[in-house]
Design a protein around this ligand. Structure first.
Ligand SMILES: [Zn+2]
Ligand SMILES: [Zn+2]
Length: 316
């Protein structure tokens, strides 16, 4: 009798950089393209963000599928350029055989449809979104949970200028959380005005606990760790996290493996190595177990084995 293969989930990094692409000799190992991650599980192709890295993903998909249609779901976390700028260069969007669903939330002052169309608006780009030949469905998310075949996707708004979501994808082999842009709640980017100073401490604690619950037990967490702790001191309010805040969030949420993500454009490969070493020291000092890596463009991660798909009851 043939053995039934254990489910596996594959993740590939196509863009790991934050803010702006920085190709060149100094970023060869960790990569210069902006945010784009591919996840494959249970015959679904999920793409997380459409930074400049999505261009190479598109070429690879066309090569792999040939004349066969490509069906995929692209989740956008937010409207900042480093998360949408690659969309006009995503080759599968120009081929009528392909079906592309683009999902995300309305932004601050812009609908989700406007956000997706923005990089292709005249006079900044010669082809409009509506002229793309593939079957594109733009789906504005309103619920914080949806299904893709057997996969479940849960969303949560995080602390970043404007509206920014994080996603967690539950697959048969485990769950992957993607929070590419997030500042720790020590500084409150949204809702701060609605909270009187006396309430702010409570609000911060509540927001952080809600994020910890959202991430609780993730097998993989891809998280904003743009700055060193020293750099963060002069960048409070810029919307990004630091090494120690990323580590403490991952430890509190009992994450299995943390991937440092959204590398600063000013950081070369040696700097990212140094930040990873600092992160490892912090985990040791805490006397805790946490697998750590800095996300590298082109790198693949595999989750294998049967896990129960499901959101812990606390989230329902
Ligand atoms: Zn970003
Ligand atoms: Zn951003």
């Amino acid at each position: 009798m043939a053995e039934v293969a254990a489910p596996s989930t594959r993740i590939k990094f196509w863009g790991t950089r934050g803010s702006i692409s920085v190709p060149g000799p100094a970023t060869l190992r960790y990569g210069g393209n902006t945010a784009c991650v591919e996840l494959r599980a249970d015959d679904e192709i999920v793409v997380l963000d459409a930074g400049s890295g999505i261009r190479a993903l598109g070429a690879a998909l066309e090569e792999e599928f040939g004349a066969q249609p490509i069906k995929l779901s692209l989740f956008i976390t937010h409207a900042h350029w480093d998360h949408i700028q690659g969309l006009p260069f995503f080759q599968p969007a120009y081929d009528q055989k392909n079906e592309i669903r683009i999902l995300g939330f309305d932004g601050a002052g812009a609908t989700f449809r406007q956000i997706v169309a923005e990089p292709m608006k005249a006079p900044f780009f010669p082809i409009a979104m509506r002229e793309l030949s593939s079957k594109i469905a733009i789906k504005k998310l309103t619920d914080m949970e949806c299904s893709l075949g057997k996969l479940r996707v849960k969303a949560k708004f995080v602390n970043h200028p404007g509206i920014c979501a994080g996603y967690r994808i539950f697959t048969p082999a485990g769950s992957v959380a993607f929070v590419p842009d997030h500042e720790p709640y020590e500084f409150f980017l949204h809702a701060a005005k609605e909270n009187r100073p006396a309430d702010e401490e409570i609000a911060r604690a509540e927001e952080r606990s809600a994020l910890v619950r959202f991430l609780e037990g993730s097998d993989i967490l891809i998280l904003d760790a743009q700055y060193t702790d020293e750099e963060y001191k002069s960048r409070v309010g810029w919307g990004h996290g630091s090494i120690s805040t990323a580590i403490s969030l991952a430890l509190d949420a009992h994450v299995e493996k943390l991937l440092l993500f959204h590398h600063d454009p000013a950081h070369d490969d040696a700097m990212v190595d140094a930040m990873l070493a600092q992160a490892e020291r912090l985990v040791q000092q805490n006397d805790r177990k946490l697998q750590l890596a800095a996300a590298r463009e082109g790198e693949e991660l595999i989750l294998a084995g049967q896990k129960q798909i499901g959101i812990p009851s606390a989230h329902l």
